[in-house]
Design a protein. Structure first.
Length: 257
């Protein structure tokens, strides 16, 4: 499903799921904008894509800043003249029970994980409406549907993404702009590795989480990227407001979803 000559912005594309998405979209001939707060990592991904004959450039972007997001969109339009797709992927994690979670940490997680998606979507909508269509894919999590102890802010942000996506779909359907959400399960990323390292017995958790999945493995960024590629493509042109759970069967085994 080639995406040529579409222009797609991917936030948080300097590592993990975002990097995997950016690389796969470039392989499908999309022109990829790496919107990444860490310029070194973002530029490295853009270089990797170009070295493999893809088209990409990095725009240092703080997705929590309205001005930074506006600048990123302006640079994209200045360079390539259109925005056909937006993948809202950037996110952070803070583990703490609600009883001990600071208001500052709550605000930071909700701002980076949820408000950023509002800011980025709002910023690209005028261009998408003018050109007669587009596709927005928001990355949430299975945490959108199930509560986990110590994950109050993260869970709330992911549930909010699903609700926001539905409203984006309703408001922008008449303009042929689709909005969908992908909800990954456990994915092998640097964020996962960092969390695993904080546990008393990371080896045990590593083994157990593989066994939790009916497919007997955790996911990879490429697994998520394939779902995103589908939702950006014409193959999904009558799908909007949907939530696609990409978790190797984890949800149906443990949560009945």
């Amino acid at each position: 499903m080639p995406l040529e000559p579409r222009v797609v912005i991917v936030t948080g594309a300097g590592s993990g799921i975002g990097r995997g998405i950016a690389i796969m979209l470039a392989q499908e001939r999309a022109k990829v904008v790496i919107a990444e707060i860490d310029q070194l990592r973002g530029s490295s991904v853009a270089d990797e894509i170009r070295e493999n004959n893809g088209e990409a450039f990095c725009v240092p972007t703080d997705v929590a800043s309205e001005d930074s997001v506006a600048d990123m969109v302006e640079k994209t339009l200045s360079r390539w003249g259109a925005i056909d797709g937006l993948v809202n992927n950037a996110g952070i994690f803070k583990e703490a029970e609600i009883s001990s979670l600071s208001a500052a940490d709550w605000d930071r997680v909700l701002t980076v994980n949820l408000k950023s998606m509002f800011l980025c979507a709002r910023a690209v909508l005028p261009s998408m409406r003018r050109q007669g269509g587009g596709s927005i894919v928001n990355i949430a999590s299975v945490h959108a549907y199930f509560g986990f102890e110590g994950h109050g802010a993260y869970d709330a942000s992911k549930g909010g993404i699903v609700a926001l996506t539905r409203t984006l779909a309703l408001e922008n359907g008449p303009f042929q702009i689709r909005a969908n959400v992908v909800c990954p399960g456990y994915i092998d990323t640097p964020m996962w590795d960092e969390w695993l390292a904080t546990l008393p017995d990371p080896g045990r958790m590593d083994r157990e989480t593989r066994e939790w999945h009916p497919l007997r493995r955790r996911g990879t960024p490429a697994d998520v990227a394939k779902a995103v590629r589908f939702l950006l493509s014409n193959d999904s042109d009558w799908i909007t407001g949907a939530s696609l759970v990409v978790d190797g069967g984890l949800s149906i085994r443990y949560f009945g979803y």
